[in-house]
Design a protein around this ligand. Sequence first.
Ligand code: ADP
Length: 334
Amino acid sequence: MFEEYKIATLGSHSALQILKGAKEEGFKTVCICLKGNEKPYESFRVADEMIIIDSYKDFFSIEKKLIDKNAILIPHASMIAYLGMDYIQSMQLMHFGNKNILSIEAHRVLQKQWLEMANLKIPKHFSSPETIDRLCITKFHGADGGRGYFLAKDAKEFYTKLAQSTKEYYIQEYVVGIPIYIHYFYSPLTNEIEVLGFDKRYEANVDGIGRIAAKDQLACEINSSYTVGGNSPVVIRESLLPEVFAMGEAVIKASQQLTPGGLFGPFCLETILNSDLKFYVFEISARIVAGTNVFMNGSPYSYLRYNEPMNTGRRIAREIKQAILTDSLSKVLG
Ligand code: ADP
């Protein structure tokens, strides 16, 4: 009966994992792909069907086709960035996950309120450059893989580095520590939270600066930047795990107060762990994150729970399958 449904996503970000996971659970898969980007989706054999579009705007014209195929769309960050939240909100196509939560996530102020409601430690926000009194990171709107972010310790340095940019910015305390991205899955069918893995990012140029001597760094006046190019797996101190679960549960509880149904499915807390072993959460992603791609074949933690290769993409498909088989599909759509 579940075979009547197809799993679809846009060919980018974590589509290989999403489609592979869906096939492993027995679904047929559809990859909507921008012309010129087909190669990986064909070569890795993850798509039963490819729909090629000339531009992302053309997605709108194939929506009806996807509805006729009984496709369930799995969102990811590139899809949200390319199609836009307004369109996703208005879409009639079956959509895995709560769209209202995606809208809250996309709004920095609402996201901050959500994390505060969950009582998580977050880096201090500076509402104006003039109030900067410590090392800060300046971020720009939209998930663009950390591109263009810069550090400044006071207003003067901030304005020098901002230069002519007119982009909307967000200034946050820079927390010195190690970045840890926590991959969660919350099932609205079992009301249980799962930890599927952890990753860290590999960013240009902060992860490359250490490859040249300090005198050379000074000589060429390098500015730190955080453009993500890839990810690596992490396992964390086992004694931190109780807190990891508690943080995830707090976020779910708070989300249920924010909007009916709250957050469910995969999500990620993006944290910096400092030398006092305190987690500072600088961002939440309310959908699959690209860092889960390091565990295509399962992570140490998903192995503990599932005893079989279980990645986040496959976990999504299993949830959908379970929902269909128990006549509760509406619980995982939104
Ligand atoms: P994106 O919006 O693309 O997800 P992030 O906001 O996650 O980008 O930040 C990109 C990178 O900047 C992170 O991987 C992390 O290394 C660094 N970073 C972000 N915020 C902080 C912070 N408050 N303190 C220290 N490092 C940070």
